[in-house]
Write a protein that binds this ligand. Structure first.
Ligand SMILES: *[C@@H]1O[C@H](CO)[C@@H](O)[C@H](O)[C@H]1NC(C)=O
Ligand SMILES: *[C@@H]1O[C@H](CO)[C@@H](O)[C@H](O)[C@H]1NC(C)=O
Ligand SMILES: *[C@@H]1O[C@H](CO)[C@@H](O)[C@H](O)[C@H]1NC(C)=O
Length: 492
């Protein structure tokens, strides 16, 4: 145990301490993106209403002009007469004054002001939101080893969009991904693109140089020089690249992504579970549970599946109804804010979340959890609902922190299926749990002796396709004294 602990202690214990932040944060919640659809519809509708109002005003002004012209036609003012007839002069004065007032009134009728408040949406994505979303896509590509053509199979990007992806990658010194995006952009250039070939060749050459692929840098630099023979800067760069190429032997392949998994976490998320592990998983049992004779479960037993033996991870199927899930999501939506860790908002955890106050539905869900686990929810934390956005994930962490009144156990409810990605993985033991809507998984974070079980380190894999909703119930040690028998042994 001691040796094992030493090796794992170096892993940073990221305890999920959650607080609230404001901001748009589109990329950290898929649900916020869904709301943007309605926002967009409203925006265009308002713009249409504004145009209609302006059009009506233009029509009105045209008819007023006609009336004014008619009046001068039927009641013409004779220059000679008005200079000697004071009544005629008075009439003219009055008429011009009234014309002026009418014109001022209608030209100053500022419909824009009326509609500007309608057009003033606070939820419109900012430039930062756009860069963050691009940045998340690139992180997904890195994680799941995806080329631009892999992730654009369903939705392609045009040359300008692809260049933006390249620029964001370039800014983050991710030169291989930058290069691949610039190449994708070059492939899709049309006469409508604002991106130019020269610009892309320059970035292709520069990305390849930074990545260390000098022959590729020289190739694109030369293409640029052919297009722009008087560009002295490019000439200087090409000379440098040629010199460096002569000096260096290494020539990494910028066209091919390295597909080796760095960590067990990444491998598990990518579905590279080894055969031994999955055999062991298949051998584990599935049965119906009545929560040790809990009267509430006697007539409606819960389907229970042992997902892993050590640490014991149990999945309960249909622990929550579709209607309950919909209500929980409805209550949560307006309250979601970016999830934090003990270190604040970091890229370790990209999701939006909220702790729900107890109401009928929340209490019913909590009671269900108490019934099947046999633990007391009285001392547990409030139900915590989480929605994961583009690339949303939670890197390997522990729910407990090996301290006073620790999080003894975790009950994690999946409130959606996730098409690709989003599994819950336990890198120390090689388990990957797929989200299954309506099911919940349960495990103890602490051994019976109260010490942290290092094998419960787990992670939420990045969501590649789908909208991931989960609800967490964290049980605390206090209040469970008579529910979970404790042990003085070092081994349990
Ligand atoms: C991405 O594309 C490469 C090469 O075309 C292919 O080998 C790989 O399987 C694709 N990956 C995924 C996840 O589709
Ligand atoms: C994976 O390993 C490579 C080198 O071995 C490193 O450059 C890269 O940053 C690692 N990726 C992650 C996500 O840790
Ligand atoms: C959830 O909200 C949606 C949209 O506002 C509404 O149509 C639906 O009836 C709500 N569902 C429940 C169960 O309250």
């Amino acid at each position: 145990m001691a040796i094992k602990e030493l090796t794992v202690v170096v892993v940073v214990v990221v305890f999920s301490w959650i607080a609230c932040t404001s901001g748009h944060e589109f990329f950290s919640s898929t649900d916020k993106v869904a709301q943007l659809f309605e926002e967009e519809e409203d925006l265009l509708t308002s713009f249409g209403l504004y145009i209609d109002a302006e059009e009506k005003n233009v029509k009105r002004m045209k008819s007023i002009l006609l009336v004014l012209q008619l009046l001068t036609y039927f009641d013409p003012a004779n220059p000679e007469k008005t200079t000697r007839d004071p009544v005629a002069a008075y009439k003219l004065l009055r008429r011009v004054r009234r014309e002026w007032l009418t014109i001022v009134e209608y030209t100053q009728l500022s419909l824009y002001k009326v509609y500007q408040t309608l057009l003033d949406y606070s939820n419109i994505p900012q430039a930062k939101d756009l860069n963050d979303a691009a940045s998340e896509l690139i992180r997904l590509q890195e994680f799941y080893k995806l080329y631009p053509h892999n992730i654009t199979r369903e939705t392609s990007l045009n040359a300008d969009e692809a260049k933006h992806m390249g620029l964001v990658a370039y800014d983050e010194d991710k030169f291989q991904h930058a290069f691949l995006w610039f190449l994708y952009s070059l492939d899709r250039l049309t006469e409508h693109s604002t991106t130019t070939e020269k610009e892309l060749l320059r970035f292709l050459s520069s990305s390849a140089y930074h990545f260390g692929s000098l022959p590729v840098a020289i190739y694109f630099g030369q293409r640029l020089l052919n297009l722009d023979p008087t560009n002295d800067e490019v000439k200087v760069e090409l000379n440098l690249y040629r010199y460096l190429r002569f000096e260096r032997n290494s020539n990494p392949d910028i066209f091919t992504l390295d597909t080796k998994s760095n960590t067990s976490y990444e491998a598990l998320c990518r579905g590279e579970v080894d055969e031994r592990t999955s055999k062991r998983q298949r051998a584990l049992s599935c049965r119906y549970s009545t929560g040790g004779g809990n009267p509430r479960l006697m007539y409606a037993p819960v389907k229970e599946e042992v997902e892993w033996d050590e640490p014991r991870i149990i999945r309960y199927h249909d622990i929550i109804s579709d209607r309950e899930m919909e209500i929980l999501k409805n209550i949560s939506r307006p309250q979601l804010s970016r999830s934090e860790t003990k270190q604040g908002v970091t890229n370790i955890r990209t999701s939006q979340s909220v702790f729900l106050k107890e109401d009928n539905t929340v209490a019913r869900v909590s009671q269900n959890i108490a019934d099947v686990t046999g633990l007391s929810v009285e001392s547990a934390e409030l139900l915590h609902v989480q929605n994961y956005g583009i690339g949303g994930r939670y890197e390997p962490h522990f729910d407990a922190w090996d301290g006073e009144n620790d999080r003894i156990a975790t009950f994690l409810i999946y409130m959606s299926d996730v098409e690709i990605g989003g599994a819950t993985v336990f890198p120390q033991v090689g388990v990957a749990l797929k989200p299954k809507k309506g099911s919940g998984v349960f495990w103890y974070n602490l051994h019976k002796n109260g010490r942290l079980d290092w094998d419960t380190q787990h992670a939420g894999c990045p969501v590649l396709v789908g909208n991931k909703w989960v609800a967490n119930k964290w049980f605390r040690e206090f209040g469970q004294e008579f529910r979970r028998p404790c042990s003085l042994s070092d081994w349990e």
